[in-house]
Design a protein around this ligand. Sequence first.
Ligand SMILES: C[S@@+](CC[C@H](N)C(=O)[O-])C[C@H]1O[C@@H](n2cnc3c(N)ncnc32)[C@H](O)[C@@H]1O
Length: 343
Amino acid sequence: MAVAERVSTDPGAILKLLADPTRLRILALLEREELAVGELSRALGMAQSRVSNHLRLIREAGLLGERHAGTKTFLHLPLEAGPGLAGRLWAELRGELDGLPEHAADLVRLERVLAEREGQGSFFDRYAGEWDKRAGGFATGLGRERALTHLLPDGLVVADLGCGTGYLAQALLGQAARLICVDASEPMLAEAERRLGRNGDARATEVEFRQGDLDALPISDAEVDGALAGMVLHHLPAPDAALAEMRRILKPGGSAVVLELLPHRETWMRDALGDRHLGLEPSDVVAAFQRAGLEQVTLDPVSDRYQPERPEEHGGGAADLGLYLVRGRRPRVRTSSHARSNR
Ligand SMILES: C[S@@+](CC[C@H](N)C(=O)[O-])C[C@H]1O[C@@H](n2cnc3c(N)ncnc32)[C@H](O)[C@@H]1O
């Protein structure tokens, strides 16, 4: 269908659409770059659910171009092709956005999203099928058990963030009432789906898979009782945005649990396992929990060890790395200093 036919001609609807600052930011990003919804959410630093609502309105007004490639949908702005009212108004407005701090921040995040499209995201996409073999295992599995006891009692809604191939999620089957598995990599999610489908007890636990970023989770405010991020924070540039998101998706009183690696010197893990940081200082993670407004923060050593296989050129054999758990709760009463982060 031609673009001109799709653009709404109702001036009231167009003015209403363009009167919203978030929608202007979305249009500005999509004019610059064709993006998947998850990428757009990350560039905006917003939850995907919130962005999707705006996209629905933009689509209804006929201002959204979509291109389907396999299972993915890429969004773009078709306005430049149309001389209609929306196109003319946008031509006037777009120049005004350049000075806005929100738009400048969007552009910084956009650069990161595009860099990750080439690098980090595709790393896990490439190795999803062989991830379990490549990443090796835990000495005893007790680290996993300890992480999960923090998410008791039974019958909760739990999010496994950066679920990978579903190693942690698997142990929640039959215990959680609902399990929401989130990962940036579609192929990793597909592996998780295979694993959980194989071992699942569908009657006891409802399992959902959602593609998305830890910085902009595809989960609504206060949707879950427990949020778990296992072996994933060391893949992020910094943990703050992810922890703010964990707090946002938790119900008041809900628990956030992080399983992480102690700092180590296994530099080959950068290339072989995509690790951005060689472990994280526990005190830094505790401080990040506190900055996110999580309370009753506890640091818990784990006697389990993480033991991935070194490649031959790095000496072979299993590495032997320490683990720890950090847990915090979302306060039951909303505090004013963090009220704004509860989007
Ligand atoms: C080391 S695996 C951990 C998997 C699982 N949690 C476990 O403990 O076995 C890290 C996972 O985090 C995902 N990941 C990395 N960065 C991410 C991000 N920014 N948002 C969402 N997922 C991310 C990767 O795709 C990968 O599947």
